[in-house]
Write a protein that binds this ligand. Sequence first.
Ligand SMILES: NC(=O)c1ccc[n+]([C@@H]2O[C@H](COP(=O)([O-])OP(=O)(O)OC[C@H]3O[C@@H](n4cnc5c(N)ncnc54)[C@H](O)[C@@H]3O)[C@@H](O)[C@H]2O)c1
Length: 331
Amino acid sequence: MARKLRILRASDLNGTLDMRDVLPLIEQAFFERGMGRTEMPPKSYLHFPSHEGVLLIMPGSLPQMDEAAVKLINVHTRNPVDHGLPTLIATIVLISPDTGEPVCIMDGTYVTGMRTGAVSGVATKLLARKASRVLGIVGAGFQGPFQLEAVRHSMPVEEVLVTDLVPERARNLAQMAEGFGLAARACETVEEVVRGCDVLVTATPSDRPIVRDEWVREGMHINCVGTYAKGKQEIDPAILKRSIVVVDDWTQASHAGEINVPVSRNEFDRSGVYAELPEVAAGLKPGRTDDRDITVFDTTGLAIQDVVTAWKAFEVAERENLGSVIDPLYT
Ligand SMILES: NC(=O)c1ccc[n+]([C@@H]2O[C@H](COP(=O)([O-])OP(=O)(O)OC[C@H]3O[C@@H](n4cnc5c(N)ncnc54)[C@H](O)[C@@H]3O)[C@@H](O)[C@H]2O)c1
């Protein structure tokens, strides 16, 4: 029998998921990928040069979990000024693997925040020193709260240091951390955050290194979140040279991740990458083995993260009858 189609707007989704439910799902998705049991064709791009825009199409399927979806996400840099719209608009279509029917169309913004935070949490769990207590966050925009929420459930955080070009954003995120009962401080400089933390998250759209090599000490773990496109970078490539580097996916990372600039200059290649995170999640390679190592996780965001997170949101929406339901489009 044909299934109805659920429509979930951003306002239906915000706050529906608990990060503690998403973290194990993301770890499971990476485990599945490490076991070679996912399908995830490379991202496709449609370019709209006259509008300074690009659309990314991200399909993914996890047969063991019986879940599939396609995410469409655009980057139109003139949207805010010319059209009063966000730069990024994400939409996720959930596909039922048994019939191929679309069962849900949802706004993808919230899911993107949750899954991007969660993968930092998983990487922190697998790669950070067990004695890590201080979390540093550079960039307190949309991603900031998701990163804080994910990492605080993945290591025993006692203190949070935050900085942002807009000081008020850093103060707000520090206040959020205080609300969780943690010591927290908004810092004036990136240096103060980096020198003071055990685990660092960089979540800025920077196109030049803002984390200097001399600030990074032995035993740190860094989640590089912000670099999503060719030509962008947040950390000094010298840090990569002395670190255990783990990427979410070599192809994506070498084109668009933190390593893309040094790769394009032939200053870094695949031999500098210790593992893809799926290999570590599946136990094919150990995570951290030495407390003195610096570990760097380069995440570009995989479709399988969207698939499992969006299906979880759909499960909640079905249970709580969120959003609206329409007849199948093909009837
Ligand atoms: N890896 C992934 O899967 C993934 C997913 C989503 C977003 N991203 C990327 O993460 C980055 C952050 O995303 P967002 O949605 O939070 O963006 P955002 O614009 O909401 O926030 C970015 C924040 O970084 C701050 N910032 C910029 N330059 C800085 C600097 N030099 N020092 C300190 N702060 C600085 C800005 O003031 C802003 O508050 C973007 O580049 C985005 O494309 C990556």
